[in-house]
Design a protein around this ligand. Structure first.
Ligand code: AMP
Length: 280
């Protein structure tokens, strides 16, 4: 497994790989790897000749009061996990390598980026789309792998690829969960024992809502109210949103007649937890 830190070095290597007609699968991450990331790497391993994993805690997607500095970083552990999962190249640039002094260009999706997470974290998705586009340009992937865990992010990236005619395929893979159903996340380590227990309410309330809908409840306000009641029974710091949206446009749905996605953002202790479920 090769570790590359400089963008131009990876570009040169990818050129040589492509010259040999090999396909490249790409998994972008911020490191602190867990089974969720590993599931993306394994899928990429199955479907491509070369697998590139990026590990980059992207400063531009963090707000001024967010946890950029404290975000968990553990490069030596990540390297071992990546190697075991079958990664060929780890791309681990520094912030200076990605954003040299004087950089003044960014890319922004201007519609879906403003709602839900984007409304609470202004500028977050601009940071995400800019870094992902830069990574796509450096890695030139045939297929890139993202997690459904960050549902809105995946929708926005697919939109960017479509809107800008990018020549790459996007695959979105299911959320990997702990045994008790909590969605894996690098930030779960911030939860204390009691908070960790309460955190399972996200997935449990989604599963209950799914059952209610399958049993004929179609009024979204009623479903949202039931989810809110369930979540509020736990010791939480606050609910940022409980939304039921159309799958691609992320527009609100009044009456559930087809596929929808339920999106949750809940604060437990100091941690913001996201989860979602597609209802078919
Ligand atoms: P992150 O390092 O948290 O930015 O995540 C990198 C990629 O892993 C993103 O595409 C995430 O959606 C995905 N991911 C994060 N958590 C999970 C999970 N529990 N299951 C599957 N994919 C995940």
């Amino acid at each position: 497994m090769k570790i590359i830190k400089k963008p131009y070095k990876l570009t040169a290597r990818i050129k040589a790989i492509k010259k040999n007609g090999k396909t490249v699968g790409f998994v972008p991450t911020m490191g602190s790897l867990h089974e969720g990331h590993i599931s993306l790497i394994k899928k990429a391993r199955k479907e491509n000749e070369i697998v590139v994993l990026s590990i980059f805690v992207n400063p531009t997607q963090f707000g001024p009061k967010e946890d950029y500095k404290k975000y968990p970083r553990n490069f030596s552990r990540d390297k071992a996990i990546a190697k075991k999962a079958g990664v060929d190249i780890v791309f681990a640039p520094s912030a200076e390598n990605m954003y040299p002094e004087g950089v003044s260009t960014c890319v922004e999706e201007t519609n879906l980026s403003k709602i839900l997470e984007g409304a609470i974290r202004p500028g977050h998705f601009k940071g995400v789309t800019t870094v992902v586009l830069k990574l796509f340009n450096i890695v030139q992937p045939d297929i890139s792998y993202f997690g459904q865990k960050d549902y809105q992010q995946a929708v926005i990236i697919k939109k960017m690829v479509k809107d800008l005619n990018l020549d790459t395929n996007i695959k979105v893979l299911p959320t990997v969960r702990e045994k008790d159903s909590l969605a894996l996340s690098s930030r779960n380590i911030y939860l204390n024992q009691e908070e960790r227990k309460s955190a399972t309410i996200l997935c449990h309330s989604l599963t209950s809502a799914k059952k209610l809908i399958e049993n004929g409840l179609t009024n979204t306000e009623e479903v949202k109210k039931k989810i809110r009641t369930m979540i509020k029974k736990e010791k939480i710091s606050g609910i940022d949103y409980i939304e039921i949206r159309e799958l691609e446009t992320l527009q609100p749905v009044k009456k559930i007649t087809g596929k929808v996605v339920i999106l949750l953002a809940v604060r437990i202790g100091k941690v913001r937890l996201l989860d979602n479920m597609i209802i078919k």
